[in-house]
Each structure stands twice: as structure tokens, then as C-alpha cells.
Design a protein. Structure first.
Length: 247
């Protein structure tokens, strides 16, 4: 299995903290977010990594090379990171994905057991969901059926209909990724749709799977609400994470 870590963005909402440092290299306690993420992945038996970088990428590359010299790693540069979104960064990995994958955003402060929950799931395609009714318009929300399969995923989903928040950690089969990359190819190469969240393409593949009765393109929600997890988007998020780890 390969781990894809997306770390290309500027993180404008975290300024001035990110004026000279990429978000993933901000310290939470005595370790930065990226170190914590990589250690969490390694502790679950995965040592093959694909990193997509952009903003101040040399800082990220130097850090990974110095602190994790022994992992298998591929770096991909998203040169136009200011004008595209994470769907574009994910699309850039298409020629390097050779197996099932673990997909992670690089701005998540989380318990390593969350990855274990995904790897131990009986479903080959699954994503980590914080089951809660404390939601807002900015979160990626999910609507589920009775089998905990994703029916709808996105920011625009009604809060009252949502089961919780997708936290940005997913496990997908190579079959699923083949279909996902086909969708991303069409959107990016033919439609020039480069500024979209990757969940929009998840949704399209889910809908296609339902239409074709192909369960291999369904995604199951894994409840990780018992574990520590926080997305770091704003200065307030960063301060909350610092208080959490200090306590």
C-alpha cells in the first residue's frame, strides 16, 4: 500500500503563521504536523510515500529527507498550486500509484489509531468520519445509508441531513483509483476544471457505481469519533490543537 500526502497549498487563512513556513511544518507541541502524519502512517506498516508539494516545497523536501531518510518516497511538484485545488494535486499522482492507497491531507492532527481503523475495515474503500452533529458550512459532510455507505459527500450538504464530517483520511483500492483518475483526467484535461475539492470526483464515482450496480466504487464511512482528530485551517484551529496537546 502507498500513502499519498497532499501538501501543496498556501494556507492563507493561517497567515501570518504560514508567511515563511508551509502549514504542514507548523509545530503542534514538539513535532510538526507532517512528522506526526508520517509517523502515524509508518506505525501502521506503510513505508511507501507519494508527496505532492508546492508552496515552499524545498522546506518540506529537506525535512522529509533529513528526518525520514529510509522511507520510500516520491515528490511531485504542483507548480501552479496557487490556482488549483486538491483534486489537481491528487490527479498529479496518477502515474505513480501502483497499488491500494491511503490518502491524507497534510493539515490534520490525528490519532494514529484512525489509520488502523481504515486498514482493518472489511470494506476496500472507506473514509474516516467524525460522527457528530456539531457541524458548520466549511466542513466536508456526509450523508449515509443504513449500511454506512456514502450517499452524498461535500461542503454544500445540509447539516441536518449529515451524519458527520469526513476528516480527510481515506483508503481506496487500485480499482477505485483507476476510475477516480479517469474522472479527474476528464475534468482537468478536457474541462479545465482544476479548482475543485476531490470529494466532487468521489461523488461522481459513487453515483456511477450505483448506476452500474458496481459495489467496487462504493465508499464506506468508518466511525472515528472516539479518536483525537482536528483539521488545522485557521489560527484558532492551531491554537486549539496546541491547547489540546498541552493538556
Amino acid at each position: 500500500m502507498q500513502a499519498i500526502i497532499l501538501a501543496a497549498g498556501v494556507s492563507k487563512r493561517l497567515r501570518p503563521l504560514t508567511d515563511s513556513t508551509p502549514k504542514c511544518l507548523l509545530n503542534i507541541g514538539d513535532k510538526n504536523l507532517l512528522q506526526r502524519t508520517i509517523e502515524n502512517v509508518i506505525s501502521n506498516g506503510i513505508s511507501d510515500f507519494i508527496f505532492v508539494t508546492g508552496y515552499r516545497e524545498n522546506m518540506i523536501k529537506d525535512f522529509v529527507e533529513n528526518v525520514f531518510p529510509d522511507i520510500n518516497k516520491i515528490f511531485i511538484t504542483n507548480t501552479d498550486y496557487e490556482n488549483n485545488n486538491n483534486s489537481y494535486s491528487l490527479w498529479m499522482t496518477k502515474d505513480f500509484v501502483k497499488s491500494d492507497i491511503l490518502l491524507l491531507d497534510s493539515d490534520i492532527f490525528f490519532d494514529k489509531k484512525i489509520i488502523g481503523e481504515l486498514l482493518n475495515s472489511e470494506k476496500e474503500n472507506c473514509l474516516a468520519v467524525n460522527f457528530t452533529d456539531s457541524l458548520d458550512e466549511e466542513q466536508i459532510k456526509v450523508i449515509l445509508n443504513d449500511e454506512n455507505e456514502i450517499l452524498k459527500i461535500g461542503k454544500e450538504i445540509s447539516i441536518s441531513d449529515s451524519a458527520g464530517e469526513s476528516i480527510g483520511i481515506e483508503r481506496f483500492s487500485s480499482y477505485f483509483m483507476k476510475g477516480l483518475f479517469a474522472i479527474l483526467d476528464r475534468k482537468i484535461m478536457l474541462e479545465n476544471n482544476v479548482n475543485e475539492f476531490y470529494e466532487a470526483s468521489f461523488q461522481e464515482l459513487i453515483d456511477t457505481g450505483k448506476k452500474n450496480s458496481d459495489k467496487r466504487n462504493s465508499i464506506c464511512a468508518v466511525d472515528v469519533s472516539e479518536f483525537r482528530c482536528m483539521e488545522i485551517d485557521t489560527v484558532q484551529d492551531y491554537q486549539n490543537a496546541q491547547r489540546l496537546i498541552n493538556n
